[in-house]
Write a protein that binds this ligand. Structure first.
Ligand SMILES: CC(=O)N[C@H]1[C@@H](OP(=O)(O)O)O[C@H](CO)[C@@H](O)[C@@H]1O
Ligand SMILES: [Mg+2]
Length: 560
């Protein structure tokens, strides 16, 4: 295109930009000085006190993204998940209910950091031109928030951003992150053959509870499950779904439900606390927990799930046993791949993990299905899982789901017309219900919990039998504070460093000294640190390897 032509086109595209309205609204949401924001693995996340301008600007992004997608509904969720209560954050949900397209992330970062009116407008213009956005298309955005005290204020800021573009608003109110993803997909598929469910919170409960009830029908009940809701939004959501599922179908004791209590959120409880500290939530042993009880925990926005139990007195630290995302992936993959065999259909099941997956889980899974390793961050796992007919993906921290390709769904439905045997018919019915039970937009603590409960019930397994699938290798995750984490660059799904020069060779040399060991280093996408992961065959080697690698990182970078 000639230079003049492209200038003319750019002018034409941006003439509809409501500059005055945007700047007037923006004046009420000034960017704090001296803060740099970054749209990372989980959107923009930091101290709530500095997020007002970010939320306003993400409102502008939401409107533009909806216009770019021909007016389809997109989502904005205000949450900081498992972070401390004083933090908050915002993430965007694309029209199929998945994470925001990665190409938009750098623009979110630029817009959040624009420090003058001119810069703000110029970033908006570059978004409009880059993505060829027709501003005359009306936008619709659905937005929700978690239980943080700062959330309602931040929602007001994002609404101001949406209104500046004349966006049609759908206020979803208090929601779990996966409920918001569900709503986006349900709105966009309403009235189509792919209708995902009614676009309402009730629609969400109905869809998954009906599938669960069909799946567990006729299968003997298990002992009650104890759920730690992290004092977050998972508590009201779980309470709500128990109204749709009778107690004999889901015997459950719901704990850590103090959503309104200041300082309670994620404090000494929740999935992240349990996974990182490899221990019971604080004080849980006083809640009448007994050895062998089946326990699980959600994170603050209920998109992660971790199971655990004690194989001895709960007061003894050594009795704690973790059933993390890897164990959930293994349970689900094993069960689903067996179902596919019984159903006698040509469907390829695969599993996706990250480098943080315990080596024993990868070995267990590889004996059953193909396994892919991706970089950290759900968006990578999600996309890789789409390559399989049925793709199970979980991060070790408990974030994950199962994806059924449209082709797999068609094959399952078609085979139901003429199943090869009664056993095949039963397996096909189960597979069909699983496509309804599982929230395929994103990891969902409630839906994943019902999946686990169903499989355990079908197998009549307690936590010990599930845990018996394989023994985790001893492992450790350390944080190292460095001057500049961007100096750490990785390759091979983050399993090897390419920079700082020479560091990987030193790590290799050290790892080689320990039996059956593995270690890798990568910069965090959500915190200002470098993470060191170490795994060894012998528990006695673990600290020495993890600390040794951390020391190498410090020496190579000049720690803070
Ligand atoms: C080791 C680890 O647990 N990393 C987490 C963490 O990412 P980092 O990039 O490691 O900070 O937060 C992400 C978002 O919640 C989550 O997807 C990921 O698994
Ligand atoms: Mg979360």
């Amino acid at each position: 295109m000639l230079m003049q032509d492209s200038i003319d086109l750019a002018l034409k595209m941006t003439t509809g930009l409501p500059t005055k309205l945007i700047l007037k609204a923006s004046a009420a949401h000034p960017k704090p000085e001296g803060v740099t924001f970054s749209y990372g693995t989980a959107g923009l996340r930091t101290k709530a006190a500095v997020l007002d301008s970010v939320c306003f600007r993400m409102g502008l992004i939401g409107a533009l993204r909806s216009k770019r997608l021909q007016g389809k509904v997109v989502g904005l969720m205000v949450t900081a998940s498992h972070n401390p209560e004083e933090d908050n954050g915002i993430k965007a949900v694309d029209s199929r209910g998945e994470m925001l397209e990665a190409a938009w992330e750098p623009f979110c970062t630029q817009l959040a950091n624009a420090s003058t009116d001119d810069e703000l407008i110029s970033v908006l213009e570059s978004i409009i031109i880059t993505f060829k956005i027709d501003l005359s298309i009306p936008a619709t955005v659905v937005y929700g928030h978690d239980t943080r005290p700062s959330s309602p204020h931040l929602v007001k800021a994002l609404v101001d951003g949406l209104v500046a573009f004349g966006t049609q608003l759908i206020d979803a109110g208090l929601k779990t992150t996966p409920q918001l993803h569900y709503l986006v997909k349900a709105h966009n598929t309403k009235g189509t053959p792919e209708a995902y469910g009614e676009p309402s919170e009730e629609g969400y409960y109905k869809k998954i509870s009906q599938a669960y009830l069909k799946l567990v029908a006729g299968k003997p009940s298990l002992s009650p499950l104890v759920v730690d809701c992290a004092n977050g939004v998972g508590a009201p959501a779980l309470l709500a779904i128990t109204k749709y599922i009778a107690a004999d179908a889901l015997p459950v004791r719901i704990l850590r439900t103090s959503t309104g209590v200041q300082g309670a959120l994620n404090n000494g409880c929740g999935a992240d606390f349990v996974k990182t500290n490899q221990r019971l939530p604080i004080g849980l042993e006083k809640d009448g927990i007994e050895a062998g009880d089946r326990l699980c925990a959600f994170d603050g926005d209920a998109d992660r799930l971790i199971y655990f139990y004690c194989n001895g007195p709960p007061s003894t630290k050594s009795s704690f046993r973790l059933l993390d995302g890897d164990k959930i992936a293994s349970l689900a993959t094993d069960y689903i791949s067996e179902l596919v065999k019984k159903a006698d259909i040509d469907i390829k099941v695969g599993c996706v993990q990250t480098a943080y997956a315990n080596g024993s889980s990868t070995k267990y899974l590889k004996q059953r299905v193909p396994v892919t390793c991706t970089p950290t961050g759900v968006k990578y796992l999600h996309h890789a899982a789409e390559a399989y007919d049925i793709g199970v993906y979980f991060e070790a921290n408990g974030h994950g789901t199962v994806l059924f390709s449209p082709e797999a769904v068609r094959t399952i439905k078609a085979a139901q017309a003429s199943p090869s045997s009664p056993a095949a018919q039963d397996a096909l019915e189960q597979l069909e219900q699983l496509t309804e039970l599982i929230n395929q937009t994103v990891g969902d603590a409630i839906s994943d919990m019902l999946l686990v409960e169903f499989i355990l019930r079908a197998r009549q397994w307690g936590p010990e039998e599930w845990d018996g699938a394989y023994e985790d290798l001893p492992n450790k995750l350390l944080k190292v504070n460095v001057k500049d984490r961007s100096a750490f660059k990785t390759t091979d799904a983050e399993r090897r460093l390419t920079s700082p020069a020479g560091l990987q060779e030193k790590i290799d040399e050290l790892v080689g000294k320990y039996k059956g060991a593995r270690s890798f280093v990568r910069p965090s996408g959500t915190e200002d640190c470098v993470r060191v992961y170490a795994e060894t065959a012998l528990a006695s080697d673990l600290d020495s390897l993890a600390n040794g690698v951390a020391k190498l990182v410090q020496e190579s970078s000049g720690s803070t």
